[in-house]
Design a protein around this ligand. Structure first.
Ligand SMILES: [Fe+2]
Length: 271
C-alpha cells in the first residue's frame, strides 16, 4: 500500500476544539483568555530565552528602531533599548530569521490564532502596504512602574471605526518565570466578567506557556521589579502592525510633510 490517510483537513484543528477555545475567549461565561500549558517544550523555551537574553548581538542582526514608519516590506529586523535595560526585538517574517526556533514557533502561533479568529492561514503573515502584518516582538522588561497603562485594543471605543475588530486576540508566549526572573504586578488582564487577573502569578504560568486573550479586554502592567541576577519579564507578543507605504510613497509623504512645515513657518514669519 502506497497510500497515506492524510488530507489538508488534518492540517487544521478539530472543529470541537476550536469551538471550545472560542467559547472561552468570546462568550460572556468564558474568562476571555485561554491557556495552552507547555505549548512549546522546555528545551525550546530555554533555547529561545537564552538566545534573546544572552546570545543575540543586536548591533549585528538588528537596526535601531526609531519609528513605526520603518515597518515596511524589505526593511531589516529592529530593536529598541530603554535606559533601564528593557529591550524589544521586532522580527518580521519577511527577513531571514536571526533564530530559526523562534521564527518557527512564532509562525505556528500566528497560524493557530488565525484559525481561532476564522481567518485564512496566510492572513497578516505577508506584508501588504496599507494593510496589517504580524511582526513578532520579543520583549524583555526590567524594573519600572506603569509599564503598560490600562487600555484595550480594537474595542468599541477605538477612535477610528476601521480599527474596531472584536474577534481580534493577542497571544503572549511566556518565556520567564514570575518570582524567579522578576516580580511586581506582571501582566494584568480584565476578564469578560471584569475581574482583574494577574496572569503569571495567579495561573502559575511557566516558560513555554502560551496565553491567547481577547484584545478588546482591558490589560495593563502596573509594575515589574527585577533584582540583581534576575533577567526580567521575557515574552513574545504578536501585534498586527500597520504596514507603512512603499519607500517611494514614504519619501513622497516625508517631502510633503517637510514642505508643509517650511510653508507654515514662513507664513508665521510673514504675519
Ligand atoms: Fe494593548
Amino acid at each position: 500500500m502506497n497510500e497515506v490517510p492524510l488530507s489538508v483537513k488534518s492540517a487544521y484543528l478539530d472543529d470541537e476544539i476550536i469551538h471550545s477555545i472560542r467559547m472561552k475567549l468570546y462568550h460572556s461565561s468564558g474568562p476571555g483568555y485561554v491557556v495552552f500549558r507547555q505549548f512549546i517544550p522546555s528545551e525550546y523555551s530555554r533555547h529561545i530565552f537564552d538566545y534573546w537574553t544572552k546570545y543575540v548581538v543586536p548591533e549585528k542582526s538588528h537596526q535601531q528602531f526609531i519609528s513605526r514608519e520603518l515597518l515596511r516590506p524589505g526593511n531589516p529586523n529592529f530593536y529598541s533599548q530603554s535606559p533601564n535595560g528593557s529591550k524589544s526585538f521586532y522580527n518580521p517574517f519577511w527577513n531571514a530569521p536571526p533564530d530559526e526556533v523562534t521564527h518557527e514557533v512564532c509562525l505556528k502561533i500566528v497560524h493557530l490564532r488565525n484559525q481561532i479568529e476564522s481567518r485564512p492561514s496566510f492572513s497578516e503573515i505577508f506584508p501588504i502596504p496599507g494593510g496589517r502584518c504580524v511582526i513578532p516582538r520579543i520583549v524583555i522588561t526590567k524594573t519600572g512602574k506603569n509599564i503598560l497603562v490600562p487600555h484595550s485594543d480594537y474595542g468599541l471605543d477605538e477612535p477610528k471605526p476601521e480599527n474596531i475588530d472584536l474577534r481580534r486576540t493577542q497571544a503572549t508566549l511566556f518565556l520567564s518565570k514570575y518570582g524567579k526572573d522578576y516580580s511586581g504586578s506582571g501582566f494584568i488582564f480584565n476578564t469578560n466578567q471584569r475581574e482583574k487577573v494577574q496572569l503569571e502569578k495567579e495561573l502559575n504560568l511557566d516558560p513555554g506557556d502560551l496565553v491567547i486573550w481577547k484584545y478588546s479586554n482591558v490589560h495593563a502592567i502596573d509594575s515589574i521589579n527585577v533584582d540583581d541576577g534576575q533577567v526580567g519579564f521575557v515574552r513574545i507578543l504578536f501585534p498586527p502592525e500597520k504596514i507603512c507605504p512603499s519607500k517611494k510613497q514614504f519619501l513622497g509623504m516625508k517631502t510633503r510633510r517637510l514642505f508643509s512645515r517650511v510653508f507654515n513657518k514662513l507664513r508665521r514669519f510673514a504675519k
